[in-house]
Design a protein around this ligand. Sequence first.
Ligand SMILES: [Fe+2]
Length: 160
Amino acid sequence: MAQQKIENPEELLHYQIRSALTMEQHSLEALEELELAARDSKIKKLFSHHSDETREQIANLEKVFTLLEYEQTTAPSPATTGIKTQAAALLDKADSKLHNQIAVMSALGNEHFEISAYTGLVLLSESLKVADVAKLLQDNLDQEQHTSEELLSTLKELTQ
Ligand SMILES: [Fe+2]
């Protein structure tokens, strides 16, 4: 069956919201795997805190589906599939003393992708004048930016 073409900004927003839901599901899976891989209790705690935040972000996306009267379905997110696969492969390859560093670096990569995804979604929803949707997506974006800063400072500590 031929795939339906995305024809306009509304359909693009719809598709990207569905893709963001997959992205967050991948984040949750990755954070759980990285929490297991980390060998330091402070880093494990950081990941478990981010898992809680990711659940809040998923709840925000669910609200977006309701506001836009979309059926809650997912679309592929190959970028976050790749980030997760790359992290697993690197952890497998590397000595366990490097696992803290690899886990934080991988999480940082995921955050950067999430930041770009939400930046696009916020601008798109603003242009479509759905302010309540833009606000929920902005809340997720703010949280991702904060997480990214936390991961960066942890990574700096680890690499000093
Ligand atoms: Fe997220």
